[in-house]
Design a protein around this ligand. Structure first.
Ligand code: SAM
Length: 252
């Protein structure tokens, strides 16, 4: 296992921060698919077979996402109190952009009622995902979570099978390639959304990130995690959980 991780490191794939059991599950799955008995056989294959290398990297790059994923969480953002009229948001680990565009739709709807302004900074370490996100063009099958009303307001038909987000929301988002662990984004965020990313990291990295998010949030700013993620013991004094089911925390 270690040898495989070291080999990938020489190829520029840094898995040092990832949870070992996650990596093991993915590699074990590739062993099953290739009907191999042990890691030794697998590493031999990996070094010589480009297809296998690509398959492994693909299976380690979890970028599953969707519009309005856990929609209650997103609708709850619209109900949160803010003591500013300009809301600054970071979508950390935004994958192909669905999360950031969902946030923009929620903010846009809020601004229709409350007259707020907002800006979303969306980052992911996967360059391909960010290029995809920047285009803002999505297959119609990916839009099933969006109501007809919101679809008509924030999307235009692109071709027979695709819709494109309108410029209104597109220009409110700045997409950039960035690693959550090593990058130093600006601070004073009103909201940091980091959903379904921490689960892949080792515990000490999760703890460090929760401390980093705390530093980057404004006083009483909100941290929003994924449904299977929680603020752990080491950071329990940094955040107050205000909506447990939606995983919405407030900076203390
Ligand atoms: C499962 S997706 C979650 C996407 C979105 N946040 C959501 O919940 O729908 C995880 C994303 O985290 C990104 N990611 C993983 N490690 C990262 C890191 N160290 N820095 C930035 N992004 C990372 C992956 O590239 C992937 O796009």
């Amino acid at each position: 296992m270690e040898e495989i991780v070291d080999y990938l490191y020489t190829k520029g794939i840094d898995l040092r921060y990832y949870d070992q059991s996650f990596i093991k599950r993915r590699i074990d799955n590739r062993l099953r698919v290739r009907r191999l008995e042990n890691y030794e056989e697998y590493i031999k294959l990996l070094c010589h077979d480009n297809n296998e290398y690509r398959e492994l990297i693909y299976s380690l790059s979890i970028n599953v996402t969707e519009f309005f994923r856990d929609k209650d969480t997103f609708y709850s953002i619209g109900k949160l109190p803010f003591n500013t009229e300009y809301i600054k948001i970071w979508s950390a680990g935004c994958a192909t952009g669905e999360e950031a565009y969902t946030l923009a739709i929620i903010m846009e709807e809020m601004s229709r009622v409350k007259g707020i302004r907002y800006k979303i900074f969306a980052t992911d370490r996967n360059n391909n995902a960010i290029e995809y996100a920047k285009k803002g063009v999505y297959d119609i099958k990916l839009l099933s979570n969006i109501s007809k009303e919101l679809l008509e307001r924030y999307f235009v038909k692109y071709d027979e099978a695709h819709y494109k987000v309108t410029d209104t929301i597109k220009y409110k988002i700045e997409f950039n390639v960035g690693d959550i662990i090593t990058s130093q984004p600006s601070n004073n965020f009103d909201i940091i959304v980091c959903r379904n990313v921490l689960i892949y990291f080792k515990q000490n990295i999760r703890d460090e990130l929760l401390i980093k998010f705390h530093r980057l949030l404004k006083e009483k700013g909100y941290l929003i995690l994924g449904r299977s993620e929680i603020v752990t013991n080491t950071s329990v004094n940094l955040y107050k959980c205000i909506m447990p089911l939606e995983r919405i925390y407030m900076k203390i």
